[in-house]
Each structure stands twice: as structure tokens, then as C-alpha cells.
Design a protein around this ligand. Sequence first.
Ligand code: NAP
Ligand code: GLV
Ligand code: GLV
Length: 324
Amino acid sequence: MRPKVLVTRKLPREALERLEKHCDVDLNEEDRPLTRQELMQRIRDKDGILSMLTDRIDGELMDAAPGLKVISNYAVGFNNIDVKEATRRGIPVTNTPGVLTESTADLTWALILDVARRVCEGDRVTRAGRWPGWSPMWMLGRDVHGATLGIIGMGRIGKAVARRARGFDMQVIYYSRTRLSEEEERAFSVSYRPVPELLRQADFISLHVPYSEETHHLIGPGELAMMKPTAYLINTARGPLIDEQALVRALKEGKIAGAGLDVYEREPELAEGLAGLDNVVLSPHLGSSTWGTRLRMAQLAVENLLAALQGKRPPHLVNEEVWS
Ligand code: NAP
Ligand code: GLV
Ligand code: GLV
């Protein structure tokens, strides 16, 4: 019997073909996420699901699919999945770490440079025919080179962002749950700071922690108030790490200089007032969105899925407990 799998969005052809060799694939052919009802319906007879970060995979959904043997998420972040509920049912959950690290770090740098040098803002003015011509005191921004970068969450992506900062002669300070070894701190040229100090010292603060109950609204009114009025907040991790309403207020009141965001609290909705601000750059969750990276993510998601269905330990297992 060939296993049945649900793939909730279209993926690169090569990866799907590999999956089709081994499984009966129920693919969502439409260019939109499945509704909750569709997901509940289509998962019922499945042995595996290849899910997106936009699919909420909770206990109720798992109960709707009594034969479910694996949840393979097409993302490194897995906060869309109730991992505790999956573990309780003995269902392995997998993700796609590593292959998207460099692309997401690149995008983080696109936001840093853009917001500090007002590229998108200037682009809007230029297209609209409102450029008054070169002017000595017009559209001044802030230097990225030589500034202090504060990284919160020094994992794979945090480190890749720190590495790029060397080329801009920046001082890099960081906070992370687990402090790096002295050797690693030296190798990455980074120094550890508790969060309040980091917030007070950094010119650019970039978030790279996973989203969880623990990191919900990691940046709220109190944290924004600690930042320099000349500092920028960058978020390519997850939207709800930031209290977006508080951020809009801080940006409006000039409490901080600007923000570069790739992720939002209620994607694809934006917090009220955000889109009207000139000192923000808003990219639509593009961190991993290059041809090469999306293909590698798909291959990895398929590899994880097939391994679990064949009773082998998937290469990137989130809930180790189900295997021991
Ligand atoms: P990672 O390697 O697991 O790094 C996360 C880091 O955050 C680890 O160093 C971890 O410390 C630290 N951390 C965890 N909880 C923390 C807490 N409560 N306080 C402080 N530090 C904490 O993950 P990654 O591959 O770099 O990815 C990071 C996140 O980026 C993903 O979870 C995802 O949400 C997001 N992402 C977004 C995009 C996009 O398209 N915009 C693309 C890829 C990833 P420990 O060493 O103690 O675990
Ligand atoms: C994207 O946001 C991911 O977590 O892979
Ligand atoms: C600017 O274009 C300069 O030449 O300084």
C-alpha cells in the first residue's frame, strides 16, 4: 500500500516528483492556503502532511487524521504546529533548518540597508515625480558601516547576519538563551549583553529567536523605550515577537528611527497605521524566497516526510522524544 500524503501548497516540481514516486499525493493546486475546513477534510485519510507555516496544525486536526504518521513543515520555524500535541500522539514533526539560513540573512541585510538609507522611501518619491533634484540636506539617513548591531537569538541565522556585519566594520553585540563559548564569541567577533544593555547600545537591533509563548512580545513598549531614538528595529523572525501596536506608536512618536519588517503579527494583515509610515520597510515574508533555497527546502521537507513514512529517523526531527 502506497502511503497517502497531503501537500498543502504547490512546491518545486522536482521535489513533488520524488514524493510521487513513493506516495499518493493529494496536492492543493490552488494558489491560496487551504481553509480550516478543507484542511480538516483532506487530512482525514492521510499518513503524512507536508505543511506550510500558514497552516495551523493542532490537536483537533491531528484527531481528524487517526492514521497520521508525520508532520513535515516547509519552514525552519514550527510555531504553527502544536508540537506537544503531536508528541503526545507519537507523531514526528520535522522542519527545514540550515538550507534557508543564508537567504534569510541576506534579506535581513536588505532591510537594514534599506531602512537606514531610505531606499524604498526614496523610490516612492522618485517614481511619483516628487524628486526635487540632488540636494545637500535632503533624505539624509544613517550610516550602517561602523554602527553597532545588536542580535537577539544567536542561532544559525543570527550568526549568518553577524558574519555579514564584518564587511561593514560593525561592532556586534548579542543576546541569546545560551551564551556562546568564548571561542565562538571570538570567531564571530561578537560580545554578549543582557537584553536591556543591548537595547540601549545598539544602532540596529535584529531579531532571530523562534516564536513561542516565552518570546511572545519580546519587544514591547518597555523595550522600545530603551532603544536609542536613532536606532532601527529589524524583524525577519516572527511577527508576534513584537507588540506591533506599540511599535507603530514608537515609530509615530519618533521614539525610534525606523523598522524593517519581513514578518507580522497577523499575516498578511498589517497593524493599523503601519503602512502609512515612511520610516518602515515592509517586505512580505520573503526571508527564504529564492529559487535555490525554496527548492532545497522542498527537497528537505520531502526527505523528512519519506524517512518518517519508511519508519526511519527523519534528518530534521523537532520532537526527539517520539524516537526514543
Ligand atoms: P535557530 O538556529 O534555532 O536559532 C534560534 C536561536 O534563538 C538559538 O540560538 C536559540 O538559543 C535562541 N533562543 C531560543 N529561544 C530563546 C529565548 N527565549 N530567548 C533568547 N534566545 C532564544 O533558528 P534559525 O534557523 O536561526 O531560525 C530562527 C527563526 O527565524 C525561525 O524560528 C523562524 O521563525 C525565523 N525564520 C524566518 C524566515 C523568514 O522567511 N522571514 C526564514 C527562516 C527563519 P538556544 O541555542 O538556547 O536554543
Ligand atoms: C520561514 O519563515 C521559516 O520559518 O522557514
Ligand atoms: C556624490 O555623488 C558625490 O560625488 O559626492
